[in-house]
Ligand binder design. Structure first.
Ligand code: AHR
Length: 495
């Protein structure tokens, strides 16, 4: 049996948790849109063709914002192809994923779908083939009240009131050589700056996200991030960063992904602090970690058909859910600087939800940690001092237990991942909290780390109660099963 001691003190926190941390991403990629969120012939489809079974699962996940329409797809996207009467919409070859898009689903459909799903749009403008003018036109279409070409076009297309989209991403992964019309940091900065100015002239209230590094493995990391921040600091609210993780032959390296994500965030935080000081700025810029997940990038992704092919449809294991849970803890533990984060992606494409055409929608293993964290992590994250057994990994020593503790004036939520092959006895001292009572416990584990939820067996990995959790004064004592993700929800006196 392993042992872990965690000390947290009331009010000694890291920062406020932004609900935008529980956002996600829908790209015109594979079956994310078509057969994912949109399938007019499905038995649950509404009058817009939106799958209600998928909407129900998205509501269960409690997703805040949805980034759209890409991703790599964004950098070749002509948004005007996706508006107006469907019969006039152009089919286009998508160079990012070598597929064909019918453009049946576009900006107005997305806005309507967000509304029905209880999500907010996080719109992205094309800074690959697109010009600053194209981006500004889209902002005018979405956010300008009336009396101009694009705002009146929106009204003509059936939407009287502006959509008032709050947050806008200026391009996607423009540091990547794979990106359509990839740019260097200086050229991207110039293009993004001019786009930012124009969007802000149209709607001064918009929040803008500029491209940071597509991953820590980029040769330009972190120089790219520094240049972009220096050039765009006055206009940008967020720097976007992305990172994916997958099993590459060593379990411990995979489990330690949360350590690598933490270092990545801390490095970017350092860049933001440096640039703020250099520019003598009074404002802050935050991180939008707007693509993160487990993604098997070595999988075969040859499209099986041109329209909505089955690509990037990773089927997640129990082991993937453990890594995923650790990443969520790291996001919570950096809530002072990560104010937005998007799980990439939401349906079918590296996603917590999988659908079958004409068939059911199911919850993947990673669905559960996201659901419980997004529904329960509220208020602030507490700082903790952890005394824990450690394992070696390519990222250095890692704690066998990844943890995050959040609290508001009613509840405390403890999220714990046990990466040990044996039980882990946890003793959490919640100093200065009074009248602690266990309200709910959840544990996700399996006798087989490679177990998956499939259409044949959709409930192979499901959460159960974590039994035997006790409180003693201001301490919580529990035994975490081997290789498990866990949540302990407590009430406190609220003082
Ligand atoms: O999410 C899949 C892809 O990963 C996105 O299109 C791109 O932005 C990233 O490289």
């Amino acid at each position: 049996m392993k042992n872990t001691k965690i000390l947290a003190i009331k009010h000694l926190d890291i920062g406020d948790i932004s609900p935008d941390m529980f956002s996600s991403f829908i790209e015109h990629l594979g079956r994310a849109v078509y057969e994912g969120i949109y399938e007019p012939t499905h038995k649950t489809a509404d009058e817009n063709g939106f799958r209600q079974d998928v909407i129900d699962l998205i509501k269960e996940l409690n997703v805040k914002k949805v980034r759209y329409p890409g991703g790599n797809y964004l950098s070749g996207y002509r948004w005007e192809d996706g508006i107006g009467p469907k019969e006039n919409r152009k089919r286009r070859f998508d160079m990012a994923w070598s597929t064909v898009d019918t453009n049946e689903f576009g900006t107005d459909e997305f806005m309507k779908w967000c509304d029905k799903s209880g999500c907010e749009p996080l719109m992205a403008v094309n800074l690959g083939t697109g010009t600053p003018q194209d981006g500004a036109n889209l902002a005018e279409y979405c956010n300008f009240k009336e009396g101009t070409y694009y705002s009146d076009l929106r009204k003509q297309n059936g939407r009287k009131e502006p959509y008032k989209v709050e947050s806008w991403c200026l391009g996607n992964e423009m540091d990547g050589v794979w990106q359509i019309c990839h740019l260097n940091a200086e050229d991207y900065s110039k293009k993004a700056l001019e786009t930012a100015k124009m969007i802000r002239w149209i709607d001064p209230k918009t929040k803008l996200v500029v491209c940071g590094s597509a991953s820590v493995n980029q040769p330009t990391f972190p120089e790219w991030d520094k240049t972009v921040c220096e050039n765009l600091y006055d206009f940008a609210d967020f720097l976007s960063v992305h990172q994916y993780y997958w099993w590459e032959g060593n379990d411990d390296d995979f489990y330690a992904s949360y350590v690598q994500m933490d270092e990545y965030i801390k490095t970017i935080k350092g860049v933001l602090t440096f640039v703020k000081a250099k520019l003598r700025s009074k404002k802050d810029m935050y991180i939008s970690f707007d693509e993160w997940n487990v993604w098997y990038q070595n999988a075969d992704n040859t499209p099986d058909r041109l329209i909505a092919p089955h690509i990037l449809e990773d089927v997640y294991t129990m082991q993937d859910a453990l890594v995923f849970g650790g990443l969520m803890n790291t996001l919570l533990n950096n809530c002072d600087v990560v104010k937005m984060a998007c799980l990439a992606q939401l349906v079918n494409v590296i996603a917590p939800i999988m659908t079958q055409a004409d068939g059911p929608a199911i919850r993947q293993t990673i669905f559960y940690p996201f659901k419980y964290v997004s529904n329960n992590a509220k208020g602030k994250t507490l700082r903790t001092v952890n005394t824990c057994d450690k394992f070696d990994s390519k990222y250095g020593k890692a704690d066998y237990v990844s943890s995050a503790i959040t609290y508001d004036d009613k509840e405390i939520c403890v999220f714990l991942v046990n990466y040990a092959a044996e039980e882990n006895e946890i003793n959490i001292n919640l100093n200065l909290f009074k009248d602690i009572k266990v309200k709910e416990t959840v544990s996700l584990f399996s006798d087989d780390l490679k177990k998956q939820n499939t259409f044949k067996n959709p409930f192979a990995v499901v959460p159960t109660e974590l039994k035997g959790v006790k409180t003693e004064k201001d301490s919580v004592i529990a035994k975490l099963p081997p290789f498990s993700w866990n949540m302990i929800k407590l009430s406190h006196d609220g003082e």
